[in-house]
Design a protein around this ligand. Structure first.
Ligand SMILES: [Zn+2]
Length: 264
C-alpha cells in the first residue's frame, strides 16, 4: 500500500515538474551562448531528429530558428522508401519551425544495420557545412547512438577524424553528444525528469570539484511543446507503426535530452 502511495506521489511530482519546470537547464551565463550560436545537428536517418533529438531541437528552434541546421546522412532507404522519407523529414522539421534551407540531406550513405559508413567522408561533409554556415556548435549521437544502431554509431565516429584532420577549424568548434541512457530509464517517459535533473546536479558538482570538462546540459519540454514534437513525429507517416506511437508516449527522448561535452 505504501509503495503505491509513494508511486502516485512520484508520478504527481513528475507531472508538476513537466508542467512547471524550465525548458532548458544550463548555467545562467551559458543559456545565451546556446541560443546565439550557430548549431549543426548531425543525424543518421529521417526521424532521428524527432525520435531522439526532439526536445533539444524544439528548444533551440523556438529561440533561434535561423541559427539551427540539420544534416541527415541518409534518406532512410532501407525499405526503398528513401524519397518518401526525405519528404516526411522536410515536413517534420518545418512543423517544428526549422527553415527548409537549414536542412541538408545527403544520399551518400546506405541505410542499414550491415552498412559501414566512412568516417572521413562524413567528416568532409560536416566540415563543408561548418565553413559555409559559420557553425560553432556541432551536436550528434554519443558512441552508443541511443539505440546502438550501427548507423548512429558511425555518425558519431566522424568527430575523431574531424578533430585530427581539420586543423584550426577543429579547435574553434564545440562538440556535444546526445547522452544514451540505460534501457530502464529510456522508457520511463516524463518520469525520468527527476532522475535526469539529479544526475545533472551530481555531474555539475563533480565537474566543479573533480572532473572539469564533464559538463551536462538538460533540454526539457513543456506539455505544449511536447505535443508539437509529437505532431512532427507523426509527419513521418510511413514509419508510424504501432510501436512508434507507443514510443511517443513512453520514451524519455520525447520529453527531454541530456547533452554531454565531447572530450578530445
Ligand atoms: Zn536512426
Amino acid at each position: 500500500m505504501n509503495f503505491y502511495f509513494a508511486y502516485v506521489i512520484y508520478v504527481f511530482l513528475c507531472g508538476l515538474l513537466l508542467v512547471l519546470h524550465w525548458d532548458v537547464k544550463v548555467g545562467e551565463d551559458e543559456t545565451k551562448g546556446w541560443f546565439e550560436s550557430s548549431t549543426l545537428i548531425v543525424i543518421a536517418h529521417p526521424d532521428d531528429e524527432t525520435m531522439f533529438f526532439g526536445p533539444l531541437l524544439v528548444s533551440l528552434i523556438s529561440n533561434s530558428p535561423d541559427k539551427i541546421f540539420i544534416l541527415c546522412l541518409t534518406s532512410g532507404d532501407f525499405y526503398g522508401l528513401g524519397a518518401i522519407r526525405s519528404i516526411e523529414l522536410i515536413t517534420a522539421v518545418q512543423q517544428i519551425g526549422l527553415p527548409k534551407v537549414n536542412l541538408f540531406l545527403t544520399d551518400q550513405f546506405r541505410d542499414g544495420f550491415d552498412q559501414h559508413w566512412n568516417s572521413s567522408l562524413i567528416s568532409l561533409i560536416v566540415e563543408e557545412k561548418i565553413r559555409n554556415h559559420n557553425i560553432t556548435h556541432v551536436i550528434t549521437f554519443d558512441e552508443f547512438g541511443v539505440s546502438h544502431h550501427p548507423n548512429h554509431r558511425d555518425t558519431h565516429s566522424f568527430i575523431k577524424v574531424f578533430s585530427s584532420s581539420s586543423g584550426q577549424l577543429a579547435t574553434s568548434v564545440k562538440f556535444f553528444l546526445l547522452e544514451s541512457v540505460s534501457l530502464h530509464r529510456k522508457y520511463l517517459s516524463f518520469l525520468d525528469i527527476p532522475i535526469s535533473l539529479i544526475d545533472i546536479e551530481i555531474n555539475d558538482w563533480l565537474s566543479n570539484h573533480k572532473y572539469p570538462n564533464q559538463r551536462k546540459w538538460f533540454f526539457g519540454l513543456t506539455p505544449s511543446k511536447y505535443l508539437k514534437l509529437v505532431r512532427a513525429l507523426y509527419a513521418h507517416e510511413s514509419q508510424m507503426v504501432w510501436f512508434r506511437k507507443v514510443y511517443s508516449i513512453l520514451s524519455r527522448y520525447m520529453f527531454m535530452n541530456t547533452l554531454t561535452d565531447y572530450n578530445r
